[in-house]
Design a protein. Structure first.
Length: 367
């Protein structure tokens, strides 16, 4: 294969969750910059969408729910991959508070079923393909818990998940690592900070704030707004993922965050993020009353981690990755994109039956 994006011999790539926010960005990059056959495994959940991918002769869709072990094995067999990039997951913390069972099924049982199917697939490959095969598991920095006012997460940080979502992702990380050590599955793991950018389903902080502000509705700010997140532009993350998947050391993990050489840190409080979005909107047409007047403090999320921050030195040193976008650059591009795609936002929200209301507010006790 002539592409520089993927090493020689990686001709068939299976991307799970390839209709989701980060997964579709990976699929778009693979289709645009490689000759690989890309197999997109997705169950088509509420946040799935193919609009950004469009039609491409090398794109093959496999409608599959990883919770179904037999269907997962069949999909892996059809894809016959040289590389698996596993992004399929339930990922919204607020939803995990309301529906923890769905997160355990998808993120834990689904990962187990995929690992079993992939292990069987690899064992049946010819020697040369078996030696090249790789499995890349994409995870989150939320598995590490909450930081104090200083310090950063790294690959040696102990796991300390605090929400049903992060606990389910921590469990999936441990499964992947165990399949490497026990069965010799050639795996690489990555743990990323908060992603943002175009095509994100409008239930996460940045798109919610943009849409609330445009509609002139109250903009919710959880608690005191001082919770800190490390923000990573999705296209920068995609570059890190493909590097780690194809060139990372087997059996190891890489932390991926938004800080780089562009002169600005990537950590922001939630209040900073909301106020920056409002300031960007104030500069763009149609100009009117200042959007910051809409910011409204609301009850904090149960178990809301105080601070996340990533030390990405390992992936920078070993693989040469650095993010290309500062937070300000990425955020302005994101705001402009959503302003140009308000109809898409309305369509995907309508299809999902989600009207922008807050979720994950109450603690539910099950008898």
């Amino acid at each position: 294969m002539s592409s520089a994006l993927l090493p020689e011999g990686i001709n068939r790539v299976l991307v799970t969750g390839g209709a989701g926010f980060i997964g579709s960005a990976v699929v778009r990059r693979l289709l645009a910059e490689s000759d690989a056959e890309v197999f997109n495994l997705d169950k088509l959940g509420y946040a799935s969408d193919f609009t950004s991918i469009g039609e491409h002769p090398n794109h093959h869709f496999l409608k599959t729910d990883l919770v179904d072990a037999a269907a997962t094995a069949e999909a892996v067999s059809k894809a016959d991959p040289d590389l698996v990039m596993h992004l399929a997951a339930e990922s919204h913390v607020d939803r995990s508070i309301d529906e923890p069972g769905a997160f355990i099924e998808s993120n834990v049982t689904g990962t187990f079923n995929l690992l079993q199917a992939v292990r069987c697939h690899r064992e049946q490959l010819p020697d040369e393909r078996r030696e090249r095969f790789r499995f890349h598991h994409i995870s989150t920095d939320e598995v590490f818990g909450s930081l104090g006012p200083s310090g950063r997460f790294s690959e040696t940080t102990p796991y300390d998940p605090r929400s049903p979502y992060s606990a389910s992702k921590a469990a999936s990380d441990h499964l992947v690592s165990a399949w490497h050590h026990t069965y010799g599955l050639p795996v690489v793991l990555t743990n990323c900070s908060n992603n943002y950018g175009p095509w994100q389903f409008p239930e996460k902080l940045i798109p919610v704030v943009i849409l609330k502000a445009v509609a002139g509705e109250p903009i919710p700010l959880y608690g005191d707004g001082a919770n800190v997140r490390d923000w990573l532009y999705v296209e920068d993350h995609v570059e890190a993922l493909i590097l780690a998947a194809t060139r990372g050391k087997l059996g190891e993990s890489y932390c991926v965050g938004g800080a780089g050489d562009h002169g600005t840190p990537s950590e922001r409080t939630n209040r900073d993020v909301v106020e920056t979005i409002c300031a960007v909107l104030d500069r763009l047409p149609p100009q009117g009353a200042l959007h910051a007047r809409l910011i409204t403090r609301v009850t904090d999320r149960p178990g809301h981690d105080r601070r996340y921050a990533i030390d990405a030195a390992k992936i920078t040193t070993e693989l040469g990755w650095k993010p290309r976008h500062s937070f300000e650059q990425g955020l302005e591009a994101t705001v402009r994109w959503y302003l140009e795609h308000l109809e898409w936002c309305q369509q995907v929200r309508g299809r999902a039956g989600y009207g922008g209301q807050r979720i994950g507010v109450t603690r539910t006790t099950v008898a």
